[in-house]
Every structure is written in structure tokens, then in C-alpha cells.
Design a protein around this ligand. Structure first.
Ligand code: C2E
Ligand code: MG
Ligand code: MG
Ligand code: MG
Length: 277
């Protein structure tokens, strides 16, 4: 009886926490707490694969395991972290984990998502360069993922930061490609090393004819501009084969691997075994 009352209380508490998680002030406070207790925050790495399913690198993805709430997805907290400035500390944490991994695996590309708020900070580039020197990671193995809309004008700090990254040999990828409204003009103004076709296009391959044409056009455009192209969110063999047929040659998605713990990505890098069905 006492036990079941305890269970009810726990269930009630969990429900209450669940509701509170919707509240940005709660998220902000809990995130500050998480930054003081780094065990809650960790970085997952999703393999980036070639057309023979070999592992070419990995994308760093921030994870938050809250002691009471459990996993809180980035979609619930990244925007809040951006608007409160906490993204700077979070981003630094992710970059450090990524650089530690990259330093161990020269030749593998390690991609990191960077928020507009980070790029607008005039000290950001210097801190990234310092981190590379400190860890020994080669600049050419680091890929900075940005989204359209970051670079609104040429004179901005963000544009200068991107230019100094490229000058240092760091790679730039345009994430969620095709979802913004300026994708094409963007490529003309800002040279990038890779576009990542948003997974909304991949999910509709072969079920919506227009998607096939659009993805084919993106792959062709990228190759014409000598830009690498990666399909995001590849989940089925059919999607994979369709993309291969279009000339796409790098892939991420659950078909190859979900995001992995750092131990598992080390294992994957050490022994790039074929995907297990
Ligand atoms: P993104 O950069 O486009 O990352 C890809 C997202 O797709 C990840 O979600 C990944 O887990 C998910 N994904 C990968 N393969 C598949 C698949 O086959 N199917 C499906 N349905 N999903 C797949 P995640 O980790 O929840 O991250 C969501 C977004 O949050 C990221 O989108 C990125 O914009 C942002 N994010 C994650 N980590 C960071 C970070 O460290 N800093 C910043 N600024 N943003 C981050
Ligand atoms: Mg990304
Ligand atoms: Mg993306
Ligand atoms: Mg995305």
C-alpha cells in the first residue's frame, strides 16, 4: 500500500516534470544545472558513410540525459539554449568532444553543428583554432555545419568567421539543404565543401515524384560545383539504391547507423565492418 502510494507519487512527479519540460524557463534552469553537472550532457556520433558503406567520419550530436526526465531531444532545448546564450557553453562542450575524437582519427571527418549565435561571437574562430592546437586535431578533419540564413550579409562577423575557417582548411557544410528559401543563391555567394540534403526530401523518395527530381537536381548541382553531397536520414535500402543511382556518394541515416556513444564510434572507426541488417 505504501509502495503503491510511492509509485503513484513517482508517476505524478514524472507527469508534472513532463509538463514542465514544455516550459522554457524550466528548460533554461535545468540546462544551467546540467552544465554544472557534466554527466547529464554527452555527445553522440553518427557515422558518415560512403557508397560501399565504409565509415568516412561522423557527425557530433548533443545529448541530454536528465536525471528525472530522461532523454531530452535537441529539438526541445537547442532553440532555448540559443536564445539564452547557453549555446556558447554547450557548443564549446560539443566541439571539445569532437576534437578529442578527431585527434585520434586523422583522415576521418568530424562534423559539428554550429549555431548562428556561436558564429556571431568575434572570439569564436580563435577559440576553435586554439582547441585544434590543444587537441592536435587537423583542421581539414573538422567540418562546421551551418544552416542557410546564418550569413545574411558579407560584412557580418559570421561571414568573417566562416571565411577564416575556410582559410585555415576547416570544411564548411550546408546542413538541411533545400529547406531554406535561398539555397541556390547561397551556393553562389558562399563556397562550401558539402551540402547535406535534408531528410524530408529523402523520406519522400519514390513516393512523391517531385522529390526524386529535386534530389537529382541537388546532386547534379553539387557535383557541377565540385561540392560533396550527403543524403541525410537514409532509412531504407530502396532510398539508398535510388540515391546511388542519382550519383549521391555519401550518406547518413538509420540504415547505416543511429548516433553512437563515443566508445562505439571508436569501435566503428577501428573496424569498419559492413552494416548488420
Ligand atoms: P541535424 O544536424 O540535421 O542532425 C540530424 C538529425 O537527424 C539528428 O537528430 C539525427 O539523430 C537524426 N537522424 C539521423 N539519421 C536519421 C534517420 O535515418 N531517420 C531519422 N528520422 N532521423 C535521423 P538529433 O540528434 O535529434 O538532432 C536534431 C537537430 O538538433 C540537428 O539536426 C541539429 O540541427 C541540432 N543539434 C544537434 N546537436 C547539436 C549541437 O551540438 N549544436 C547545435 N547547434 N545543434 C545541434
Ligand atoms: Mg547537422
Ligand atoms: Mg541536417
Ligand atoms: Mg535537420
Amino acid at each position: 500500500e505504501a509502495k503503491s502510494a510511492g509509485r503513484n507519487r513517482a508517476a505524478f512527479y514524472e507527469e508534472a516534470m513532463d509538463e514542465q519540460v514544455q516550459n522554457r524557463h524550466v528548460i533554461e534552469a535545468e540546462l544551467r544545472e546540467a552544465l554544472r553537472n557534466p554527466g547529464q550532457l554527452w555527445v553522440a556520433f553518427q557515422p558518415l558513410c560512403g557508397d560501399a558503406e565504409e565509415v568516412l567520419g561522423a557527425e557530433a550530436l548533443l545529448r541530454w540525459t536528465h536525471p528525472q526526465i530522461g532523454m531530452i531531444p535537441p529539438s526541445r532545448f537547442i532553440a532555448i539554449a540559443e536564445s539564452t546564450g547557453l549555446i556558447e557553453q554547450l557548443g564549446e562542450f560539443v566541439l571539445r568532444r569532437a576534437a578529442e575524437l578527431g585527434a585520434h582519427w586523422p583522415g576521418r571527418t568530424i562534423a559539428v553543428n554550429i549555431s548562428p549565435a556561436q558564429l556571431r561571437n568575434p572570439t569564436f574562430a580563435e577559440r576553435v583554432f586554439a582547441l585544434l592546437r590543444e587537441t592536435g586535431m587537423r583542421p581539414a578533419d573538422l567540418e562546421i555545419e551551418i544552416t542557410e540564413g546564418i550569413l545574411l550579409d558579407d560584412e557580418s562577423t559570421a561571414a568573417n568567421t566562416i571565411r577564416s575557417f575556410r582559410a585555415a582548411g576547416i570544411r564548411i557544410a550546408l546542413d538541411d539543404f533545400g529547406t531554406g528559401y535561398s539555397s541556390l543563391s547561397y551556393l553562389k555567394r558562399y563556397p562550401v565543401d558539402r551540402i547535406k540534403i535534408d531528410r524530408s526530401f529523402i523520406a519522400q523518395l519514390s513516393t512523391a515524384n517531385a522529390s526524386d527530381a529535386i534530389v537529382q537536381a541537388m546532386v547534379t548541382l553539387a557535383h557541377a560545383l565540385d561540392i560533396e553531397v550527403t543524403a541525410e536520414g537514409v532509412e531504407t535500402e530502396e532510398q539508398f539504391q535510388a540515391l546511388i543511382g542519382m550519383g549521391c556518394n555519401t550518406f547518413q541515416g538509420y540504415l547505416f547507423s543511429k548516433p553512437l556513444t563515443v566508445d562505439d564510434i571508436h569501435t566503428r572507426f577501428a573496424a569498419p565492418l559492413p552494416r548488420v541488417a
